[in-house]
Design a binder for this molecule. Sequence first.
Ligand code: SF4
Length: 138
Amino acid sequence: MKILVSRCLLGENCRYKGDNCKNEKVIALGKEHELIGVCPETDGGLCTPRDPAERVGDKVISSAGRDVTEEYRRGAEIALRTAKRENVAYCIFKAKSPSCGCGRIYDGTFSGKLVEGNGVTSELLLKNGFCVKTEETL
Ligand code: SF4
């Protein structure tokens, strides 16, 4: 079985701070399944490290006020193309991220407050019929 996975969960230092969210439970799935990594933010053209960003309505805005919606959308399209091409069974994405989060994301005020919602990539994958879990809902 093929599973689409956020690369920061696999240990790649692609988070905005330049670190990762390595998750041993996710990595262990690689013994029996093929894990295919994506990082929509860097795949979409953002560099690491970068300013944190949050969803504000239909847009994604960085803490410095830069509109990074286009980069987020581009990364989401790349993840969708990868999911289709590889015919993945489901996705395991990083919780709470403005791109990968699923179910709960930060509210756009950079205050740490969570609201119901999906990251840009999870939203697109869900709309296209893919099942999205996070490391917290596995
Ligand atoms: S875009 Fe997704 S994979 Fe990339 S650092 Fe953010 S949460 Fe991790």
